[in-house]
Ligand binder design. Sequence first.
Ligand code: GRG
Length: 300
Amino acid sequence: MTLTNSHIIPYLKQAKAKIDEQLRIEISKLNGPKVLIDAMNYSLEAGGKRLRPIMLLATLEAFGQNSEKGIPLACAVEMLHTYSLIHDDLPAMDNDDLRRGKPTNHKVFGEANAILAGDALLTYSFEMIASLDDPEITSQMKVELIKQLAQAAGAEGMVGGQTEDLIAENNPNLTVEELEHIHVNKTGKLFIYSVLAGAILARANEEQMNHLEQFAYHLGIAFQIRDDILDIEGDVEKIGKPVGSDFENEKSTYPSLLTVDGAKKKLNEHVDKAIKFLYKANVKHEQLETISMYIIHRDN
Ligand code: GRG
């Protein structure tokens, strides 16, 4: 099936607008020191694509359900994602001055406030799930949603992946398999969570859960490969060649290990696998497929 940008963009814009509105509502409920709330808001409003929450909503739609009921949970995922970006940019991690074309959180609010804003976003995400006010979302479902988010974000997921990524910086012989393992933990697990959280709300059966998990697993890898390719294309546009020409002394990426063409081939393989599992899940696949196509064609 071929989907063009003219199909994808309106759908994503509409879903993003709903998420943005609810994020503003959720943050307005918080009574904390002004500088902390401002720092949280700064990164929340800095122009993220909202891919993870959109995937959660699209999963609900895949089960024929109204996506509105997933919006607060989707916002909790975005809060957690935003924390990870703030901390990732800190001097002790990637030491980035810019994110999404704007000064990073610590550049505007100082390092201590950026750490605290990240901490507050992380903790608020769990509070939001515990506070979900919908009679269809039982306490048992909330516990499961909280447990799975903690697993996706913690030592066995995103934080573990970030740690492995830092270790890998000193390994010039990193293999594609090792790189993949890092990215599955660092970014993939939150993608997987987003889909499974939607499936939990929709009361998917076990077989559907398993297929959707595989769908999101492959999509998460495809997302990362696309990100690596975009980085290279951005460097070539800016300075006429990839940073660290011939990829020497550079952090390992899919293009550095496989060449750009090899990375593109791998990306397509993962998207094909993702779509195969999506179809196996026997759900209404249109929106999730639309997002998958966006992820391989996106240019930011
Ligand atoms: C610091 C605990 C901790 C974790 C950091 C997710 C992560 C782990 C770091 C983000 C750094 C990074 C650039 C990872 C590669 C994956 C990626 C491109 C994430 C950004 O996700 P997008 O493109 O971001 O969905 P937007 O800006 O749209 O929200």
